[in-house]
Design a protein around this ligand. Structure first.
Ligand SMILES: Cc1ncc(COP(=O)(O)O)c(CNc2cccc(C(=O)O)c2)c1O
Length: 459
C-alpha cells in the first residue's frame, strides 16, 4: 500500500534513504526523482498526475504491458498456496515444473533444460560458470576464456560487468576479471570504411577469429553476444555477421552463447533474437520479458550438448536461494502463456512490428542530424550525428543524446539515450494508434532538439 504523500515528501525521503542504480546521487537529489505511481498498458502516471507514454517498456522488459490483473491474481494464488520453497536438495514444486515444461515448448529445438536465476546478470554469471565447467568435464580445463564485445552489456555482477564491454563499468571495481576478452562490436555505421553492410558483417565476425587465434583456441571457452546489442544503443549486425560467427565458433570448438535478456520473448518479432539472425547458440540467457518485469526472474536455456556435458560431471555446484522461486515462476508461466496464446509475439512479427518500422523510417529519415535509422520488430533507434554525409559523430559522445532524452521526458515520452543513439522498445502490446502517438511526439521532440543544438552552436 502506498502512503498518501506529496511528490515533494516522496522525493525528500527518496533522497534521504535510497541509492539508485547507475546514478550520480548528488546530481539526482538536486532535482529529485520522478515518482511513478501506477501504470496500465503502455502508459505510466507520475505522482503529479502526468500521463507518460513508456517507449521503453520499463527497462526493455514489460513485454506484455502494464496492469495485467491475471498476472497479479496468479501471484496472489501462488503466494497463498506456496509462497516459497527451494529447489535445492532434491525438491521441486509445481510452479517451476510447469514453467520449465512451457519454456521447453517455446524454446527452439535442442533446448529442453532451463536453470533459474533472479536476473539477467545472474543468468550471465551462471552461464560463465557453466561453460567453464563444461570444458572441465570434457577434459579441456584450459578452455576458460570468454570473449564478448566492446559496448556489449551483460549486467552488473562481477562476471556480467566484466563480460560486458562498457569501459566506464570496468573502471569501477577493477574489472574485467581474468579470462574475459573483447572484440569490437559490429557497428557498420561507425566502422564500415566504405564497405557494404554484407561485406562488413564478415569482416567484423572475423575479428573474433583473430582474437581466438591470438589467445589460442585451446584456451577459449565461449563467445558471448546479444543478437542485437541493446543498452549499447541497438547495434543491429549485418545479416552476414552471425552466420560467420557461428562458422568460426564451430571451426575452433568454441561454445556460442546468445544473451537474449533484451531480444528474448518477442522483442524482435521472433521468440528469440538468434532465430531472427539464423544462428544456433549452445546456450542462451534470458530475464526481462520472461516475466515482463512483474517479478524478478532470469534463466539460462542450456542446449542438449552442454546439458549432457554438465550431467556427466555430477554435481554442478551453483545456484541461488530463489532459483525457480514459486511466485516468480507462476507469474512467468502466466506471462509466457499469454504472449503465446494471445498471439502477442505473432502480432509484433506480422503487424505492429512492420508498422512501427515503416513509420519510424518515414518519420526520422529527413532530419539534418539524424542518421542510421534502424530497427526490427519493436526495437528501434536512430543516431544523432554531426554530419550525415561523412557519418561524423558529435565530439562529446552522449551530450546531445542527453539533451534529446530530456526533451522527450518533458513531453511525457520515455525513450532511452544510449550515448547519442536514441532508442525505443515499447511494450509488445502497443497499438498502431499508440505507435502513431509515440512517433508524432518523438518527431516534435527531435525538431525541438535540432533547434536547441543550433542555439547552442553544436551544429
Ligand atoms: C543483454 C543483457 N544482459 C544482461 C542484463 C542484466 O540483466 P539484469 O539488469 O536483470 O541483471 C541486461 C540488462 N539490461 C539493462 C538493465 C538496466 C538498464 C538498461 C538500460 O538500457 O538502461 C539495460 C541486458 O540488457
Amino acid at each position: 500500500m502506498q502512503n498518501e504523500r506529496t511528490t515533494e515528501q516522496w522525493r525528500a525521503l527518496d533522497a534521504a534513504h535510497h541509492l539508485h542504480p547507475f546514478t550520480d546521487t548528488e546530481s539526482l537529489n538536486q532535482q529529485g526523482a520522478r515518482v511513478i505511481t501506477k501504470a496500465d498498458g503502455v502508459f505510466l502516471w507520475d505522482s503529479d498526475g502526468n500521463k507518460i507514454l513508456d517507449g521503453m517498456a520499463g527497462l526493455w522488459c514489460v513485454n506484455i504491458g502494464y496492469g495485467r490483473k491475471d498476472l497479479s491474481e496468479v501471484a496472489k494464488r501462488q503466494m497463498d498456496e506456496l509462497a516459497y520453497y527451494n529447489t535445492f536438495f532434491k525438491t521441486t514444486h509445481p510452479a517451476v515444473v510447469e514453467l520449465s515444461q512451457l519454456l521447453s515448448e517455446v524454446a527452439p529445438k535442442g533446448f529442453s533444460r532451463i536453470f533459474y536465476t533472479n536476473s539477467g546478470s545472474e543468468s550471465v554469471d551462471t552461464m560463465i560458470r557453466m561453460v567453464r565447467r563444461y570444458w572441465d568435464v570434457k577434459g579441456k580445463p584450459g578452455k576458460k576464456t570468454l570473449i564478448g564485445r566492446w559496448n556489449g552489456y551483460h549486467g552488473s555482477t562481477i562476471g556480467g560487468a566484466s563480460l560486458g564491454g562498457m569501459s566506464y563499468m570496468h573502471e569501477q571495481g577493477d574489472l574485467p576479471i581474468p579470462g574475459i576478452e573483447h572484440v569490437e562490436q559490429p557497428w557498420w555505421y561507425r566502422y564500415c570504411q566504405g564497405m557494404s553492410p554484407e561485406e562488413f558483417g564478415v569482416v567484423a565476425a572475423r575479428w573474433l577469429e583473430a582474437k581466438i587465434l591470438e589467445i589460442g583456441p585451446d584456451k577459449v571457452a565461449a563467445f558471448v553476444g546479444e543478437p542485437i546489442q541493446g543498452a549499447g544503443g541497438v547495434i543491429i549486425p549485418p545479416s552476414t555477421y552471425w552466420p560467420e560467427v557461428e562458422r568460426i565458433c564451430r571451426q575452433y570448438d568454441v561454445l556460442l552463447v546468445a544473451d537474449e535478456v533484451i531480444c528474448g520473448f518477442g522483442r524482435t518479432g521472433e521468440w528469440f533474437g538468434h532465430q531472427l539472425f539464423g544462428f544456433h547458440p549452445d546456450l542462451f540467457t534470458a530475464a526481462k520479458g520472461l516475466s515482463s518485469g512483474y517479478l524478478p526472474i532470469g534463466a539460462v536455456f542450456v542446449g542438449d550438448k552442454v546439458a549432457q556435458g554438465l550431467a556427466e560431471g555430477g554435481d554442478f555446484n551453483h545456484g541461488f536461494t530463489y532459483s525457480g522461486h514459486p511466485v516468480a515462476a507462476a507469474v512467468a508461466h502466466a506471462n509466457v502463456k499469454a504472449l503465446r496464446d494471445e498471439g502477442i509475439i505473432d502480432r509484433v512479427k506480422r503487424d505492429t512490428g512492420p508498422y512501427m518500422q515503416q513509420r519510424w523510417r518515414e518519420a526520422f529519415g529527413g532530419f539534418a542530424h539524424v542518421d542510421d535509422v534502424r530497427g526490427v520488430g519493436l526495437i528501434q533507434a536512430f543516431t544523432l550525428v554531426k554530419d550525415k554525409a561523412t557519418h561524423e559523430l558529435f565530439p562529446n559522445w552522449g551530450e546531445v543524446g542527453t539533451i534529446c532524452r530530456d526533451i522527450f521526458f518533458r513531453h511525457n515520452l520515455i525513450m532511452r539515450a544510449c550515448g547519442d543513439h536514441m532508442v525505443a522498445a515499447p511494450p509488445l502490446v502497443i497499438s498502431k494508434a499508440e505507435i502513431d502517438q509515440l512517433i508524432d511526439t518523438a518527431v516534435q521532440c527531435v525538431t525541438e532538439c535540432e533547434e536547441v543544438l543550433r542555439q547552442r552552436g553544436l551544429v
